[in-house]
Design a protein around this ligand. Structure first.
Ligand code: S3P
Length: 429
């Protein structure tokens, strides 16, 4: 449990933990590569530890020495059948990406997770994998995990994905590693492209043309050194905290600013946020910068369309930011929020309403208003329910330091899923 009260200023420098999406992929691709992959900046959050656990159960040696992770890859055909069920915990990325890999093995696997994970939609990967001739079934026949995947030879396909989801795209591309020809995926809007970038660095041929990407099954992948940049989805909480808390100046170092992830920076700019980029560079095939964030006078905006997949995980904290912006903010086309670790439209709006915000939940987003024209209403403290959803806990910690009275977050430990150390860093500012 955490209790938060108003802070009148946030000042300091911090480094956010490594990117969750990149950390997962570094373990997975390292396991499938020949030779050793070394990973620096790996996120030791519960989700990525679930990925490590799954690959250890399939015979991969993964060690940690001096803050570097060593993955001793066994090649594309080196995984072994797990004696136990693979437990993906709370992690949708582990589940959906690993399913693509498991579909092409020559052994069966059962894959399960916690209550939240086992209620999230898996039909979105069962459909394309079945088109590839995979044998994948939902144990309870409800389109959710637990999943039984009996690996077998796969057919190459072109898949027109109905959702802009990097997890779906990556699942199909990873199954494509084992298919009998070129596999391609077209998505309705471009989602994060870490799989494409990293597979290329491991030696695979992956073509990206607009919203379509294509993989040619490689003979093998080669172990790499991966520098994991700071996670912009974690930086998001401090970006918003810096913008909405008065008298604040926060330098967030080493943040990944890949275009397919950086929608929040465009939205902050559109809302009048003062963020400057310092030391812009490229590390390990990903663009990185230090972000200097200062308190700003914000105004409402409309967030919709192709930008949504580039800020999908940041929408809870963006919705909070909108409560501190003059005028109206509309967020639409974000129906995917309803199938994340929790129904984030329902839970964000419920908690914001409890704190006195003017917010309407819509089917695919939010309408957020200042209560009176040109006047930003103050939020007041509340008891926050976060349904064990890490991003909800962190969003409402930022809300709590900008509200009158006390805000209590009961399931606050769930931040460990993606950001162990979050509360300590917030306190230090
Ligand atoms: C992720 C993709 C996104 C995101 C998740 C991580 C990934 O999910 O919400 O936190 O690493 O590929 P979707 O692909 O389902 O949108």
């Amino acid at each position: 449990m955490k209790s938060l009260t108003r802070k009148n200023s946030l000042r300091g420098t911090l480094t956010v933990p490594g990117d969750k999406s990149i950390s997962h992929r570094a373990i997975m691709f390292g396991a499938l590569a020949e030779g050793t992959t070394t990973i620096h900046g790996f996120l030791k959050g519960a989700d990525c530890l679930s990925t490590i656990d799954c690959f250890r159960k399939m015979g991969i040696t993964i060690e940690e020495k001096d803050e570097t992770i060593y993955v001793h890859g066994k090649g594309l055909h080196g995984l072994q059948e797990s004696k136990e069920i693979l437990n993906a915990g709370n992690s949708g990325t582990t589940t959906r990406l690993i399913s693509g890999i498991l579909a092409g093995q020559d052994f069966p696997t059962v894959l399960s997770g916690d209550a939240s994970l086992n209620s999230r939609p898996m039909k979105r990967i069962i459909t394309p994998l079945s088109m590839m001739n995979a044998d994948i079934t939902s144990c309870k026949d409800n389109g959710c995990a637990p999943l039984v995947i009996k690996g077998r030879p796969l057919k190459a396909i072109h898949y027109d994905s109905p959702v802009a989801s990097a997890q779906v795209k990556s699942c199909v591309l990873l199954a494509g590693l084992y298919a009998d020809g070129e596999t391609s995926v077209t998505e309705p809007a471009l989602s994060r492209d870490h799989t494409e970038r990293m597979l290329r660095s491991f030696g695979a041929t992956v073509r990206s043309e607009g919203r379509t990407c294509t993989i040619i099954p490689p003979k093998n992948l080669h172990g790499q050194h991966i520098e994991v940049p700071g996670d912009i989805s974690s930086a998001a909480f401090f970006i918003v905290a810096g913008l909405i808390t008065p008298d604040s100046e926060i330098l967030i170092k080493n943040v990944g600013i890949n275009d397919t992830r950086a929608g929040i920076l465009k939205v902050c700019e559109a809302m009048g946020g003062d963020i400057s980029y310092e030391n812009v560079r490229e590390e390990g095939g990903e663009p990185v910068a230090d972000l200097l964030v200062r308190s700003s006078s914000l105004h409402g905006t409309v967030i919709e369309g192709d930008i949504i997949p580039t800020l999908i995980d940041e929408l809870p904290v963006i919705a909070l930011m909108a409560c501190f912006a003059k005028g109206e903010t509309i967020i639409r086309d974000a129906h995917e929020l309803r199938v994340k670790e929790s129904d984030r439209i329902e839970i964000v709006s419920r908690n914001l309403l409890a704190m006195g915000a003017d917010v309407i939940a819509t089917d695919d987003g939010f309408i957020i208003n200042s209560r009176q024209k040109d006047e930003v209403p103050a939020l007041h403290g509340a008891s926050i329910e976060c349904a064990m959803d890490h991003r909800i806990a962190m969003t409402f910690a930022v809300a709590g330091i900008n509200a009158d009275g006390e805000t209590v977050i009961t399931d606050s430990d769930c931040v460990d899923v993606s950001y162990p150390g979050f509360f300590g860093q917030l306190e230090a500012l």
